[in-house]
Design a protein around this ligand. Sequence first.
Ligand code: TRP
Ligand code: ZN
Length: 872
Amino acid sequence: MRTDVPQPIRLSDYAPPAFLIDEVHLTFLLAPNATRVKATLSVRRNGDHGDPLKFNGERLTFISAAIDGQTLGADAYVVDDEWLTIANAPDAFTLETEVEIDPEGNKALEGLYMSGGRFCTQCEAEGFRKITYWPDRPDVLSRYTVRIEADRAFHHLLSNGNLMESGELAGGRHYAVWNDPFPKPCYLFALVAGELDVLEDSLVTMSGRTVALKIYVDPGMADRAAYAMDSLKRAMKWDEEVFSAEYDLDLFMIVAVRDFNFGAMENKGLNIFNSSLLLADPATATDADYERIESVVAHEYFHNWTGDRITCRDWFQLCLKEGLTVFRDQSFSADMRGEAVQRIKDVKALRARQFAEDQGPLAHPVRPSSYLKIDNFYTATIYEKGAEVIRMLKTLLGAETFRAGMELYFERWDGHATTVEEFIRCFADASAQDLSAFFAWYEQAGTPTVTLDSHYNGTAKTLTLDLTQSTPATPGQPNKKPLPVPVTVGLLDQDGRTLAFARDGQAADETVVVLDQAKTRVTLTGVDRPPVISALRRFSAPVMLKTDAEPKDLYVLLAGDPDLFNRWEAGQTLARALILSRAAGHPDDVGEERYAEAIGRGLDDQAAEPAFKALMLAAPSEGDLALATPAADPKAIRAAREALRQRLALHLGDNLKRLHLGLQELGDFSADAQAAGRRALRNACLDLLAANPSSEVAELALGHYRAAGNMTDSMGGLSALMQIGGQPFEDALDDFYARWKDEPLVVDKWFAIQARDPSEGALGRVLGLTAHPAFDLKIPNRMRALISTFANFNPARFHDETGAGYRFLADQILAVDGFNPMTAARLVDALGSWRRYRPALGDLMRAELQRVHDTPGISKNVFELASRALAN
Ligand code: TRP
Ligand code: ZN
């Protein structure tokens, strides 16, 4: 048991930094096991307090410190595991420090570490303190000059900003000096050194400056950076057009590394990416990979303004950069790939991750007020719900005022670290509106439920909408207040035609009702025929909507709502009800038939895009269904979901086979959205057919796998074979491994697909795979491919009645926590949701969570999540 209970950090305790650093010169003498870091800082006291100087420093071997050239004697400073303290520091002075660090031994992948024989860094949120002594907080902004010295074998020496100088040194070494003219917080510092190939391009910005673009990758991989480069250029142009945001340095670099805790990092002028989110070619990457690469390249680039030029005052303001930047990358992707399809995918992800978080023990506001480890707060709530809040702001203010608010924000806060309050103030000023009620979206956790009741008066031709809202209690927030919820509404008649109406005398096809009290009543007039209501179009607010709509209304929406999001949503709502009713022992055969027919008509719709149809074909995920059930039983859910899929396969079989054949790719591969949409639909057809396997379908799946000319189709075939099971699947797995064993990103896919195997023996296979020679717990991508995939995407097998799945996960959490706490903590959630499952399972989950919690020496990261999940 832990005795030293870690103390939380609170927003209310914020105090400005005691010392500021205007300039810093860093010198790195790189060596894998013993790197020397010399720092020369111009420090000045911030205000007239007499506090001692206290700089963060962890895992540093102290060599020396000097003030204004005078080496400090042992009585002038104190060094412990977390701090360098200097009691009597002058008001303005030069501090020189020298430390030694061990990048090779750093398996936490924070600070300076080695990946694939190269040096690289990850400093957000608190990694810079593992490089040198520093006030490691985002509101200390400094200008950096960085000198890197290394053996010539480390061919490229990179850091932020512009290259000032480089050359040879004695003893087979060389050096480079970089200067970043933009003051930045230390979490945006980056350094990379090693042998790399580079893909180069350039772009002329809106003001006519030429920017050199360089993407650095593993030797031999430069061709695979082409799509990332193309995405980068499109993102740069898009930001100029949509937000008047121009790039500011003469050089923009991206480096891909294999060993990385998250997706990617926006270091100023030197983004560092997990190679899985950068490298792509048709043979090794799926369309989903291409899509993520496009969005993450854009995301990190967009941070140049929303994150780097304007940063966060403290880590409680994380959504200021993350929610806003996700909103920006989602808007970009919508423009690149189609609004409706993008919105559906974003909402699916929001519900799967953020709604789940809101219903669990870790529910927290978009701007939390306390934490133990900030690493644990890079959550779906900060990112995805943070983006929804910005989207609502845009809906409420209108596109033009929203843009004016953004431009005011860029102008007012450029070069500063600021807060969410100041961000919202820009929109209040730009719109001359009081946004104080809106601010509650940042402070209140939980997903509101909005209920819509309607009454149509055929004589008066009026439609009365009664909207109410309530938000359930979340940990630490028992009482909730009403939030301003924008509900976008349109009407259809019973034949599915758009039905016009008037609101406050204004004719409209669509209107935004703002529900800003516990209850609101709105009356629409001029409603000539009995309406079907299409509410919360485009998912206008991150809420759960309950309506009095009957299945017949949902079928009208499914057939023809001009809002494609709601068309898809109607199908999901129908499917969810059918599956859950079957899982509860009340199958509705007639309803399932009717649903299958309606989906069939949707497939025949010539006007609909293939990508949209592919989404229509997919049943709600097992995770989505579990969220909608109290005391969830993952096996029963899976069985009921499969039953519906089987009925669809039976009912639509010929249609699915015809489409599968007709969509076969002829000609060259294209990664664009249209071609990807056709592949998505073709694979969705196969996936559904596999739910009702015959020998004909098994042949089809095998043929699909064998004929695949790209990774999307290979994986589609493999996944269909997996559903069918048996020897053909085993043979395909062996074939796949033999073919791709030298491609780490593809081997990750090989591990991941086995982790998703729904068949009886899957848990045993996953256990066995941890001993596979290619498995390595220390490589986050590989670890996640097997372990996170199993725990999060194979509910029927993870929730094994014996508890063996839980025991397996707990063991892995403890093993990873021994060297990489940040990544270990991300595994805890799969056990932390124990209250949502039927008690026989929930109790076993809780017991494993308790075992993790009680293990001596676990990290603060894992301790925080385990103890919150166990709390009453
Ligand atoms: N700021 C990064 C982003 O763009 C994510 C990030 C935060 C991160 N902390 C990290 C990446 C640690 C890698 C490691 O969203
Ligand atoms: Zn980000």
